[in-house]
Each structure stands twice: as C-alpha cells, then as structure tokens.
Design a binder for this molecule. Structure first.
Ligand code: GUN
Length: 292
C-alpha cells in the first residue's frame, strides 16, 4: 500500500463567518451607542421554495444576532409582479431599511430582471443591480455580491498573495461566476471562466492553482481534475437522492489532492450570509456619511 497522502487543509467557512459576525456585532453596537443608528435589512421571500425558506430564515436570524433590525416580508407563490414591485418600493422608501434583497428564484409569473432593476442601487445588499454590477466591473466601488465576496475571503484564508496564480471559475452566472472572475482579476490572477459549453473542462481545471466551482451539479468536479496543492472553493449546494447536501466538487476525492478546500455544508454558505450583513452595514454607513 502506498503511504497516505496528506489531506488538504479544510477552509472552515462556518468558523470564519462566526468571526466576521462577531466583528459586525461590535460595529453595530458602536453605531447604536455613538450615533443612535440601527442597521436595517429587508428580506422578501415569494413562494414556498424549501431551500429559499431555509436561506431567508438563516439570513434574518443572523441579522438579528448581530443587532440589525431585520424585516422579513413573505408573499404567496401566486403573488403578481406588481405585488412584488410594491414591496421593493416600500423597502426603497423606508429609511429604517439600509439594504435589502429579494430572494431568488422568483415564481415564473415574476420577471427577476424587472424586480432587480427596481431595487434602489444604494440599498442593493445583494449587489445584483446593473449599476452595482457596472461599478464593480470597472473597479469603481459599488456593492460586490455576497457569495463572490465570501469566496475571496476563503481564498485569502488559504493564501494571502494570489497575484499571478491561474484561477479557473466554473460557471458564468451574473450572481457568482462573473463577479468572482472579476474579483480574482482584481487580485492579479490569470482568470479563465469555464462553463457548460467549454471543451475538455478537466484539462482546463487541471491548470488551476485556484478553482471556484459554481455550476449547481452535484460532485461534477472530480479529484483527478485537481492540480496537486490547488485551492478549491465549492459554491454548490446540491441535495442528492439519499438526502445529503453535496457540493459541485467530489469532496472525498478532491480533499486528497488539493492544498485547501471548502466543505459543503460549512464552507461558502455561511460566508455568503456574513458578507451580506457586511454589505448592509456598509450601505448603512454610506447613507449616514460615516467612514467605512
Ligand atoms: N438565491 C440563492 N442565492 C441567492 C443570493 O445570494 N441572493 C438572493 N437574493 N437570492 C439567492
């Protein structure tokens, strides 16, 4: 038998997110005592999608724990687009709400683009509005979406200086793939964005010092695709037939090859929530002209 290879370092998103939330709680307490301001976050859930219900509950719970004022609004799955837009309008105009999000996906009768377009960019906690997308793409500020922010924090936990490294992002969504690629580029990585039409994905991934998998297909990225020592960030959360939650990466295989890897659950997921709260606090400071 060959000797066992060392296993990758596990990038503990749950622990890092707890540290970020503890720091946020301190900042919120300070804002309250020095300025009498309580950051407010709005969350709109339309319908009864079970995964979305869990996400929204976790977001509101985390927000309350760090001292935010959380306002949750739920609409039935039959809600019209106008009803959804009316809640967005209410959040846009409510001074106690500093940032908010509309949980995606939305029921088919509601156009998500119209909804996102109607969010006031200065309250766009998700960073999905085209104004924020544009500012981030230009490196001119804006709100960076929470999941890409969380991915970058986890990469930095593995390695401080990533300049010059080969990064491969699998997935080209506006919410994760594209903004993550931009953040990696900003850190001077050489970035490849692979997607469902890419030829020989395994060969592309084998080049990568950093892999970010955001495709939504259970265990698609195999251990044999991973360059030894690579940093592997798994954004996927997929429920498989036996009820387990697994990522887009075959963890048991990849952990034997990678240098560092995020688990699912307990990797990117908790970081997304912590970064969403960070975004909302930033928007709150901005509207009150307080330094970051
Ligand atoms: N659904 C899955 N992830 C997200 C997210 O980050 N934001 C929103 N609004 N909906 C989601």
């Amino acid at each position: 038998m060959p000797p066992d290879l060392p296993l990758a370092r596990i990038l503990d998103g749950k622990a890092l997110a707890a540290l970020i939330r503890a720091d946020l709680a301190k900042q919120v307490a300070d804002l309250k005592s020095k300025h009498g301001i309580t950051p407010g976050i709005g969350v709109l859930l339309v319908g009864e999608d079970p995964a979305s219900q869990v996400y929204v509950r976790n977001k509101a719970k985390a927000a309350a724990e760090v001292g935010f004022y959380p306002r949750e609004v739920k609409l039935p799955a039959t809600a019209s687009e106008d009803e959804v837009l009316a809640v967005v309008d209410e959040f846009n105009n409510e001074p106690a709400i500093h940032g908010f999000l509309v949980q995606l996906p939305l029921p088919t009768q509601v156009d998500p683009q119209r909804v996102i377009d109607s969010v006031e960019p200065s309250k766009d906690a998700d960073g999905f509005h085209v104004v924020n997308t544009g500012l981030v793409a230009m490196g001119r500020g804006g709100v960076v979406p929470a999941t890409p922010l969380g991915c970058m924090e986890l990469i930095k936990l593995a390695r401080k200086d990533i300049a010059g490294l080969e990064a491969v992002v699998i997935g080209r969504s506006n919410t994760v793939g594209k903004p993550t690629a931009q953040l990696l580029l900003r850190e001077n990585c050489t970035v490849t964005v692979a997607h469902s039409r890419s030829k020989d994905l395994a060969a592309i991934v084998r080049r990568a010092d950093i892999v970010v998998a955001a495709v939504g297909r259970a265990e698609m990225v195999r251990g044999s695709w991973i360059k030894p020592g690579a940093i592997v960030i798994d954004v996927g959360i997929n429920r498989v037939a036996d009820g387990r939650l697994v990522g887009d990466v075959a963890f048991a295989e990849a952990v034997k090859v990678a240098g560092a890897i995020t688990p699912v659950p307990g990797g990117v997921g908790p970081m997304t929530i912590a970064c969403l709260l960070q975004n909302t606090l930033m928007l709150c400071r901005r509207v009150h002209d307080l330094p970051a």
